[in-house]
Design a protein around this ligand. Structure first.
Ligand SMILES: [Zn+2]
Length: 332
């Protein structure tokens, strides 16, 4: 093995492992509602994937697709070599991670002022905070940067998709709970919550979203209420409500929300508000937030429903593995 080849093999191993580590850590950070720290970890993972790809190509492992498929079938068996540390390997990376560590020591996410928009050069993998005109390392222009912006930290769905998701939710929710007995709807499994509480919680969140959307649309760059949105623990009050009323409340709230948003121009969707954690963000950011929050809960509800019905059929005690239910995107 030549010196170059050994170095590329080392890079491939190091970057692939670094990519995996950062990517999984980013997923975990999102589950813990540390969205800016998740953005930092996702950008860091992107640095590694760009560099792993470069090393893989440099090793001559990429040919025409026909040849690649043959290699895939034959079972690619790269030689692994010792890597040394695979994370925290640059001064900037360590500086950003140190900021995250300080915020976490105070039991909070990084706030907008503490972490700018991050960019990764798609050619060389250079990590940048703020976007210079060109990559200082390889000269790639800004258009070639992968962006990890605060404004997009909740997702990148556009107005049409957001509206479609918001419109679909009442129907999905109805299908998940309308045919179940009250006995099942109030049942809590393990440390989890009941379906009834979740229906009420989704209504709470829709109200918060609509209030914020109204502020963004009707006032200039408003400071969005920093009070925490209603968290799931507050939803216990809904256990005593008839399910039909809870579903009606959601439906009514959602209709009002849709009424506010229907027919908005692209410019209106890009009006901004100031959020303590995310900084100045467009209405689309909040739309992605509520849609993503809702999606996580609908998935959770489908799992709970499945387990409840299964237990009923089997007449077995209900055992739900909590690890199966993803922790959810509460708050913010
Ligand atoms: Zn570059």
């Amino acid at each position: 093995m030549t010196f170059d080849e050994h170095e590329y093999r080392r890079l491939l191993c190091s970057m692939s492992l670094g990519y995996t580590a950062y990517h999984v850590w980013a997923t975990q950070a999102r589950r813990e509602r540390r969205y800016n720290i998740a953005r930092l970890l996702e950008a860091s993972s992107s640095v590694k994937s760009v560099r792993a790809e470069r090393a893989f190509r440099a090793l001559g492992e990429v040919g025409k697709t026909g040849a690649n498929i043959e290699r895939a079938l034959a079972g690619l068996e790269p030689e692994t070599v010792a890597t040394g540390p695979v994370t925290g390997t640059s001064a900037l990376s360590r500086e950003l991670m140190s900021r995250a560590a300080r915020a976490l020591a105070e039991n909070r996410d990084l706030v907008a002022e503490e972490l700018g928009d991050l960019y990764v050069c798609s050619t060389c993998g250079e990590l940048m905070e703020g976007a210079p005109a060109v990559c200082a390392t390889c000269g790639t222009v800004r258009e070639g940067f992968l962006a990890f912006r605060a404004a997009e930290s909740m997702g990148i769905l556009g107005p049409n998709t957001l509206m479609r998701r918001l419109e679909q939710a009442p129907q999905t929710l109805h299908a998940l709970v309308a045919d179940l007995d009250d006995d099942l709807l109030v049942r809590r499994v393990g440390s989890s919550v009941s379906l009834k509480e979740l229906v009420g919680h989704l209504t709470d969140m829709d109200v918060v979203f609509r209030e914020r959307a109204w502020l963004i649309l009707e006032t200039d760059n408003p400071r969005l209420p920093s009070a925490h949105p209603p968290v799931l623990e507050k939803a216990a009050v809904y256990l005593d409500y008839p399910t039909a009323d809870l579903l009606d409340s959601f439906q009514t709230s959602r209709q009002q929300t849709l009424g506010l948003l229907r027919g908005l121009t692209a410019a209106a969707w890009h009006r901004t508000g100031h959020h303590i954690t995310f900084g100045t963000i467009p209405l689309t950011h909040q739309g992605n937030w509520v849609v993503e929050h809702e999606r996580s809960h609908l998935i959770e509800m489908a799992q709970i429903r499945h387990d409840l019905l299964q237990a009923q059929t089997d007449q077995r005690p209900l055992l739900l593995n909590n690890n199966l239910v993803p922790e959810l995107l509460e708050g913010e």
